[in-house]
Design a protein. Structure first.
Length: 151
């Protein structure tokens, strides 16, 4: 499967529609929330250090993952992995790993720590194999990765 990971500077609703439909069938709202926040301008992943990545196959968006300044941490050097979603037909082919890898690479030099929250056991295993450790004691964070000391 040929997958290209790109930083998304635009997010046309039509490109995101298959991900929204599939995620909502599974009872997940975070992809819809991504689209709503993008459309309203509330979160365009455009503050310093932030980025949104898409996985494309044959020109079609098959996955997304974003990086924000963590709104729950209260510190500008803590980033948050947001909205990882890969279409079911494209899972188990390394797409999620590539998306998270792009987020981690983008975070280096800007953030000292990455945090995230997931209730999905498959996603948790993916994050843990990529170096995230389970967080404890914070309702807004299930996993943490120390990526580097930032001056």
């Amino acid at each position: 499967m040929d997958v290209r990971i790109e930083r998304l500077l635009e997010l046309p609703a039509a490109h995101l529609a298959p991900l929204i439909a599939e995620s909502e069938q599974a009872g997940l709202r975070f992809v819809s929330r991504l689209a709503e926040e993008w459309e309203s301008g509330r979160n365009r992943f455009d503050r310093p250090g932030e980025a949104l990545f898409g996985a494309l196959t044959d020109g079609c968006l098959v996955g997304v993952c974003g990086l924000n300044v963590d709104p729950y941490a209260g510190a500008p050097r803590i980033g948050r992995v947001r909205h990882l979603y890969v279409l079911i037909a494209h899972r188990r082919h390394g797409v999620g790993r590539q998306l998270v890898g792009a987020v981690v690479a983008a975070a280096r030099g800007r953030f000292a720590t990455l945090r995230l929250s997931t209730a999905n056991s498959e996603a948790a295993r993916l994050y843990e194999t990529m170096g995230f450790r389970r967080g404890a004691g914070d309702a807004q964070c299930t996993h943490v990765m120390e990526i580097a000391a930032v001056p």
